[in-house]
Each structure stands twice: as structure tokens, then as C-alpha cells.
Design a protein around this ligand. Structure first.
Ligand SMILES: *Cc1c(COP(=O)(O)O)cnc(C)c1O
Length: 331
């Protein structure tokens, strides 16, 4: 048998991506889809975990970054810039390094998980910590990108969303059909927008015959899409979704409404409980990702059509060691 080599999402799904003259890849994607006996026992149907922490920088952000940085390199950008709650920074830093481009990162002061900051520094990014809410910092990054000839690689960059849509293709290819529902954590709303776009495209291409309901999970203290209005000073243990005014608000609402899904919220206690339950079956994820599993538990008796549920576990547990140390201070 010939060796099977996974060479990243651009190689695997190029026909669903914009044409790219330059390809910057760390062979991201191709992540495992593993069954959860914990969630299957609670929900009485197959529940799958899409382990996005298995990407090169340990979050799903790599799917978008390979496409966005490929495009930036092809365009002759001087470098890349982003505002980030952490994982975008880690991914941008790695892909910029791979491309030989400079990387500048604006981080909200005091609100970034340790593992993510360490990654950005290790890859040689210029890191500036800035006082203020995420939305203001994003505005600064947009301005600096325009003034300095840098490519902005936040999820406002449409190439990011194109790449992130590939998670949906992989889920459908692995199951041989679309799931009944996809549950994922929502911060800026880019990923739920991208994944829904992916299911629509696969459906239009005849690869699947149905489309899943999109279930967007927010933390109680950072729940603008559940409330329907922005949250001032959002607060949650899940720093990756500590967002009060989502940049992709419209796309997120569209994904939920068009798919017949919903937004729901979970408490920090539920998030940390789900993190422990997943870890107890061998899967270690960061708090934002655990929010998806905590949200899935709310779907019991929610009248979903028959079929599989997929939880997108967006980032690895090692990203945020302090989330575990809070409960286990001796570590
Ligand atoms: C970025 C991120 C999210 C939120 O994704 P959005 O596109 O901002 O909604 C969730 N979990 C993790 C681990 C992330 O890095």
C-alpha cells in the first residue's frame, strides 16, 4: 500500500478554496473525529468530538491561517497583524514564521492564556499588550494594517473563513453524511459563520443530502448573541470566547437562523465540569472548547432530528494551564 500523507487543507480541499499562488502550510487539518461515550450516554445518540487541538498550533485557527497567510504572502504583504484573545496570535505567529513574514500582535492586557502567549513569543512575533476591550484593540489592528501595509489576519479577513470551512468538509467526509447538529463555542462568531458556509457548499456540491442545525454556545458572562445585545466588560473563565461585541455578529445569527439551530449559554461551572468530564475520557481541551460539550448537554429533549451530534473542540487543554491550576493549585 502506498503511504498515506496528509498535506494540509489546501492540498485536500483546494477545489473549495480560492486559488492561491503561494502556499504556506504546516499540514493543518485532518483532525480526529472521536466518539464520546460520556456524551453518548447522556444524550442517547452518537456524539463525536472534532479534536481541533490536534492542529499544528493546537487550535482550529490554523485552518484559516494557512489560507490567509498564503494569500498575504502571494500579495507581497510586508507582514501580518492581528488582535487576538490568544489562539489567533499563536497561529498567526507560526504561519508568519513559516512564510518568512513579520508578525505583530495586539493582545488585551491581562486576559490571555499563558500557553498562547508563549507560542506567539516562541515564533518570534512582536507582541504588544494593550489596555481595553477586544473590540477597541481590533479597531487599532485594522488601522495599523492599513497604515503599515500589513495583512490583517483576524477573522474579518475573508480568507480565514474560507479555510475554517474545511472543518465541515472533514466532518461530512468522516461520517459519510451531515450530522444532525454541530455544537461549537462562539466568541467573535467567525467559526460558526465559516462552518455553516462549509455545510452549505458541500450541500450545493451534492456531497451531503441534509444540513446540520448549528448550535452556538456562549458563556453566561459573555453572552451577547443569547441576549441579542452587546455585553460591556464580558467575564468568563473561557478567555477565547470572552467577547462582548462579536465581529461576525451577522454571520453567526444567519448560521443559527438558516439552519434551524439556536444560541445557548453555559455557566463557568458547567464549562469546568465539562472540561473535567472530557479529560476523564482522555480528551484535554481548553475551557472555551469545553463550553461546546457543556452546551451539548442542554440539547437533551430539545427535539433535534435523529442523527449524530458533533462537538467542535476548538483548542487544546495545554493552551491554558491556569484553568486547571485554579481547581488543583498543587499542580
Ligand atoms: C477563536 C476561538 C473560539 C471562538 O471562535 P470565533 O470564531 O471567535 O467565534 C473558540 N474556541 C477557541 C479555542 C478559539 O481559539
Amino acid at each position: 500500500m502506498a503511504p498515506i500523507a496528509w498535506k494540509g487543507i489546501i492540498a485536500a480541499y483546494g477545489e473549495f478554496l480560492p486559488p492561491l499562488a503561494t502556499k504556506v502550510t504546516l499540514h493543518e487539518g485532518g483532525t480526529p473525529l472521536v466518539p464520546s461515550s460520556w456524551l453518548e450516554g447522556r444524550l442517547g445518540r452518537p456524539v463525536w468530538l472534532k479534536l481541533e487541538g490536534s492542529n499544528p498550533t493546537c487550535s482550529f485557527k490554523d485552518r484559516g491561517m494557512t489560507v490567509a497567510v498564503s494569500q498575504a504572502a502571494g500579495d507581497g504583504a510586508r507582514g501580518v497583524i492581528c488582535a487576538s484573545t490568544g489562539n489567533t496570535a499563536a497561529s498567526a505567529a507560526a504561519y508568519a514564521a513559516r512564510a518568512g513574514l513579520s508578525c505583530s500582535i495586539l493582545l488585551p492586557a491581562g486576559a490571555v492564556a499563558r500557553g498562547k502567549l508563549v507560542q506567539a513569543v516562541a515564533h518570534g512575533a512582536r507582541v504588544l499588550t494593550v489596555e481595553g476591550e477586544f473590540e477597541e484593540i481590533l479597531g487599532m489592528a485594522v488601522k495599523m494594517a492599513a497604515e503599515e501595509g500589513y495583512a490583517l489576519v483576524n477573522s474579518l479577513n475573508p480568507f480565514r473563513l474560507e479555510g475554517q470551512a474545511t472543518a465541515s468538509y472533514e466532518i461530512c467526509d468522516a461520517l459519510g453524511r451531515a450530522p444532525a447538529a454541530v455544537v461549537l463555542p462562539v466568541g467573535n462568531g467567525g467559526n460558526i459563520t465559516a462552518c455553516w458556509m462549509g455545510f452549505l457548499r458541500y450541500h450545493a456540491a451534492g456531497r451531503i443530502t441534509s444540513r446540520p442545525r448549528m448550535i452556538g454556545v456562549q458563556a453566561e458572562g459573555a453572552n451577547p448573541l443569547v441576549r441579542g445585545s452587546p455585553v460591556v466588560r464580558p467575564e468568563t473563565v473561557a478567555s477565547a470566547i470572552r467577547i462582548g461585541r462579536p465581529a461576525s455578529w451577522k454571520g453567526a445569527v444567519e448560521a443559527v437562523e438558516a439552519s434551524g439551530g439556536r444560541f445557548l449559554q453555559v455557566s463557568d461551572e458547567e464549562i469546568l465540569g465539562a472540561q473535567r468530564a472530557l479529560a476523564a475520557e482522555g480528551v484535554f481541551v481548553e475551557p472555551a472548547s469545553a463550553a461546546a460539550a457543556a452546551g451539548a448537554l442542554h440539547l437533551q429533549g430539545a427535539g433535534l432530528p435523529d442523527g449524530d451530534i458533533v462537538c467542535i473542540l476548538t483548542g487544546h487543554g495545554l493552551k491554558d494551564p491556569d484553568a486547571v491550576r485554579m481547581a488543583e493549585p498543587w499542580v
